[in-house]
Ligand binder design. Structure first.
Ligand code: DAH
Length: 351
């Protein structure tokens, strides 16, 4: 009589299976093991098939033991498989690994020179109590011009060749790419009660042909200080201090009259040439003049204060605007402003 399936037989298949599995060491051996024990014609599968010949009560007991055994073997198989895969992938063949070869160089990025200059300038003014704020690059004609005492059709607009973004709307408003950071003077005063002391770095755009000293996109840093009793002496003292911190203790400064519609009086500020120490013979930095212009400035025009809601009989202030790329060109002897926008790594890595 055929011996029917029993507990011992299943336990022995399990013991046998676990023992073989422990000695399987390659993908091929693992696969053979799986076929032998769990495959379609595997030992356990055959045992399960013979359950039908058992008494119903036995069938249930032995059946659940057999299913549990199958599950256990399958789990063991999976964990053995991942063990073997892990060993294989960590198994570096030292005969192909030359530790003396130089490694791959990781190139580290750094801040763009313009960013470095802007940060340096801002931190000098922050040291004098100014806060840094930013504003929109797409502006209204109203802020870029009208609130700065430059009405529509005024000839002073010719100083700023403008990229217009859209046609004038039905109420006469028109958008543009800001031509300078000065519109932030109006925005700051409209939203803050005096006193104000701010510095505004940001991108500006002009509809201009590019050459070594002109770009159609460039940065500016605007400054504005408004309070009671601010005088031209405050302007001079602040900007003198700034120039000495950026260009060296011994710098001399010069202010000459200039015209900007939003200041009165307006000036341009120069420093004595740090390249030729003012000797001016054949100097390329100062074009042999002994002086280099670094910014425009002036006392805020009463009309600008008034249109922003400040009472010009109570408050006065000074404003200035400078180009960080120009400052960088002077400070580091860069001869072409276009280099700031070319993204040539040989240039960028120099700073
Ligand atoms: N916004 C002027 C420009 O783009 C620069 C300037 C000059 C700004 C004098 C000022 C200032 O605040 O007082 O040419």
């Amino acid at each position: 009589m055929e011996t029917s399936l029993n507990v011992d037989e299943i336990d022995s298949i399990k013991a046998h299976g676990l023992k073989d599995l422990a000695s399987a060491g390659s993908d091929k051996e693992l696969d053979d093991w799986r076929v032998k024990f769990l495959g379609r014609k595997g030992l356990l599968t055959i045992a399960l098939r013979s359950l039908v010949s058992l008494e119903p009560s036995e069938r249930q007991k032995i059946g659940s033991l057999a299913n549990k055994t199958k599950e256990d073997l399958l789990n063991e198989f999976q964990s053995r498989k991942s063990q073997i895969t892990a060993v294989q992938s960590s198994d570096i063949d030292s005969s192909h690994f030359d530790v003396t070869l130089p490694g791959t160089k990781l190139s580290l990025g750094k801040l763009h020179p313009t960013t470095q200059i802007i940060r340096e300038i801002c931190s000098i003014f922050e040291g004098m109590g100014f806060s840094v704020v930013e504003g929109p690059e797409i502006e209204w004609d109203e802020y870029n011009f009208q609130k700065l005492n430059i009405p529509k059709n005024h000839p002073a607009r010719d100083m700023w060749n403008t990229f217009w973004v859209a046609e004038e709307d039905s109420s006469g408003n028109q958008m543009l790419l800001r031509t300078h950071t000065s519109p932030m003077q109006a925005r700051i005063m409209e939203t803050n009660a005096p006193p104000v002391r701010v510095i505004v770095p940001g991108k500006c755009y002009r509809y201009e042909a590019t050459d070594a000293t002109h770009e159609s996109q460039f940065y500016q840093i605007e400054g504005l200080a408004v309070d009671k009793n601010i005088t031209f002496a405050n302007l001079k003292g602040t900007l003198y201090q700034f120039a000495r911190q950026l260009f060296g203790e011994n710098r001399r400064v010069r202010f000459r009259c200039d015209y900007f519609p939003f200041v009165e009086p307006g000036v341009d500020m120069s420093i004595d040439c740090f390249a030729c120490q003012g000797k001016a013979v054949g100097c390329r930095i100062c074009a042999s003049t002994g002086w280099v212009e670094i910014m425009g400035a002036g006392m805020v025009h009463p009309a600008v204060l008034e249109s922003a809601g400040y009472d010009p009989s109570v408050y006065t202030g000074f404003a200035f605007g400078l180009g960080p790329e120009r400052i960088g060109m002077l400070k580091y002897g860069i001869e072409d402003i276009r280099m700031f926008y070319e993204n040539d790594c040989r240039f960028l890595e120099m700073f």
